[in-house]
Design a protein around this ligand. Structure first.
Ligand code: MG
Length: 158
């Protein structure tokens, strides 16, 4: 098992991308990459389950190579490193913490896309959305955050 969390500040600007799915919203995450808070947490969970360094160490935001990068490419690289160690994902349980936008209409698309990126069926992926009841930075709509757990299994070596 691996756990990953992430939080990005929200500012007026670019579109919001969650789990590689573009979502219409008047604010977007501040970040060096595309600011996909869900994929960053998934990537950290995948890396952590295999005992690998974290996303910030492997793909530093001081490196211009990662400016504006599609976060699914970081996840792909993490999955390749994990596969080299003999592991593949089994399941994902994710919580998106956001006061806005309402994520209900987007959960199915996000679930299917995260499953596709990890080579899983949608049934092996859970995407939950929670507000923070108007409290703290997430609750005030100043930030969006994610908490993710990923399970890995050893590849059959026969
Ligand atoms: Mg991040």
């Amino acid at each position: 098992m691996g756990i990953g969390t992430d939080l990005h500040q929200l500012k007026a600007g670019r579109r919001l991308v969650l789990g590689h799915v573009p979502i219409e919203f008047d604010r977007s995450p501040v970040g060096h990459s595309d600011g996909d808070v869900l994929l960053h947490a998934v990537t950290d969970a995948v890396l952590g389950a295999a005992g690998l360094p974290d996303i910030g160490e492997l793909f530093p935001d001081t490196d211009p190579a990662y400016e504006g990068i599609d976060s699914s490419r970081l996840l792909e690289r993490a999955l390749a490193m994990v596969a080299e160690r003999g592991y593949v994902p089994v399941n994902v349980d994710a919580i998106i913490h956001a006061e806005q936008p309402k994520l209900g209409p987007h959960k199915k698309a996000i679930r299917e896309e995260v499953a596709r990126l990890l080579g899983l069926t949608a049934e092996a992926v859970s995407i939950k959305a929670k507000t923070n009841e108007g409290v703290d930075a997430v609750g005030r709509g100043e930030a969006i955050a994610c908490t993710v757990v990923v399970g890995l299994r050893r590849l059959d070596r026969t």
